[in-house]
Structures are given as structure tokens and as C-alpha cells.
Design a binder for this molecule. Structure first.
Ligand SMILES: Nc1nc(O)c(N)c(N[C@@H]2O[C@H](COP(=O)(O)O)[C@@H](O)[C@H]2O)n1
Length: 201
């Protein structure tokens, strides 16, 4: 296949942040979903509006991090008793890029300080890092959200199909034993396979 060479355009290693995996790190048959190229749109952080279960989000990260914030529609949300939230849940839903990631980092500190464990999606309360049913629910939810992002943004869907034949790799350091919901590149490969199967029918 004829892929744009820009997807592998080398970036300066000296000035790159420590977390980053650069486009030139791809092995044969791979491409890095680098924020330095058009493929950065596949990052959870990228601004790519979608609606899921009747709620609108500006990015996957907006949903991911928003679930840590108090939900005013829930009775007895233990997080509502805690002060110091810099944003409302609704505001985080509409964030993207580093703004949403930072909102998540602040929430992580509040969780630590107040020994909070659960996040919520509508009335489902779960621990997304438990490696059990909470993580499974989270994976299914994030997969549905990434699918909605792809299907509701035709240019993103077309770009995903353009990567057919390449293994997708993250542009940030991630350990092999990261929970599956963190592996957005594998979720995207699964969605791409579904799309290609539909096309072949
Ligand atoms: N550097 C970087 N680039 C991205 O594109 C990312 N998506 C991330 N990390 C994301 O942070 C979220 C997890 O945060 P918590 O572990 O819940 O604090 C998740 O979306 C990661 O993919 N980092």
C-alpha cells in the first residue's frame, strides 16, 4: 500500500519529551500514532467530538477523566463532599488535549488525598484499575467510546482505513502489562478490523 512518508518523518530525539515515542521508532510494518503527524488524531487526547449514550464529549480523554469528577445527577456521590475540584464533570467532558489530561492528574491527587477508589459512568460505580470486572467494564466503555469517535467523524474513519496493513503503536511509553483499556492502539486495530470486514461483505 502507498502510505504517506510523513507518518515516519524523523523528529529530533534531543528535544523530545521523555514520555514520547517518535515516528522513526516504528519497526517494519508498524506506524506510531504520533501527535506530530495526522495520526495524532487517534490519541485519546485529540479533539474529536462524539456522543455516547446521549452525552457529548470533546475527546476520549474528556470522558476518561470526567468519570473521576463528582456527578451531580447521582444521589450520595461521596466525591461531592470533597472540596478542591478545579472543574465540574460537565466541563471536563468538553476538554481535550493536555487540559483534559491535567484535569485527570488533579483528580488523581484528590483521589489519593481522600482515599477515593471508585469512578462512575451514569449509575455504574467501578474501580477501573482493579484488573477485574471494573477494568472489564472500563475496557468495554472506552472501546464503545473510541468506536463512536471513529464512526461519528468520517475523516477519522477514512484515516483509520488508510492505515490498513500496518500495526498501530502508541506514541507514549506504556508497559506491556498496562490494562487493555489503556491500549488505544489495539482498540483501534480491533475497530479497523470490524470496518474492513464490513467493507468486504
Ligand atoms: N502522553 C500521553 N499521550 C496520550 O495520547 C495519552 N493518551 C496519554 N495518557 C492517557 O492518560 C489516560 C490515563 O490516565 P490515568 O491513568 O487515569 O491517570 C489515558 O487516556 C492514557 O492513554 N499520555
Amino acid at each position: 500500500a502507498d502510505y504517506p512518508s510523513d507518518w515516519w518523518k524523523p523528529a529530533d530525539e534531543q528535544t523530545a519529551p521523555k514520555w514520547e515515542i517518535l515516528p522513526q521508532s516504528a519497526k517494519p510494518g508498524e506506524v506510531i500514532l504520533s501527535k506530530r503527524t495526522e495520526l495524532g488524531v487517534f490519541s485519546n487526547l485529540s479533539k474529536a467530538p462524539f456522543t455516547l449514550d446521549g452525552i457529548s464529549y470533546a475527546s476520549i480523554e474528556g470522558l476518561w477523566q470526567g468519570m473521576k469528577y463528582p456527578d451531580p445527577t447521582l444521589a450520595n456521590d461521596e466525591r461531592s463532599k470533597v472540596t478542591g475540584w478545579p472543574n465540574t464533570r460537565a466541563q471536563v467532558y468538553l476538554m481535550s488535549s493536555w487540559e483534559s489530561k491535567t484535569a485527570g492528574n488533579v483528580a488523581n491527587q484528590i483521589y489519593k488525598d481522600h482515599n477515593l477508589k471508585f469512578i462512575t459512568y451514569f449509575d455504574r460505580r467501578f474501580m477501573y484499575n482493579d484488573g477485574k470486572e471494573g477494568s472489564q467494564f472500563h475496557l468495554e466503555l472506552i472501546t464503545r467510546a473510541i468506536r463512536a469517535k471513529v464512526m461519528q467523524n468520517p475523516e477519522i474513519k477514512a484515516l483509520l482505513l488508510k492505515t490498513a496493513g500496518l500495526n498501530l503503536k502508541p506514541d507514549h511509553q506504556m508497559s506491556e502489562d498496562s490494562l487493555p483499556s489503556y491500549k488505544y492502539h489495539e482498540i483501534l486495530e480491533k475497530i479497523r478490523a470490524e470496518l474492513l470486514k464490513d467493507k468486504a461483505l
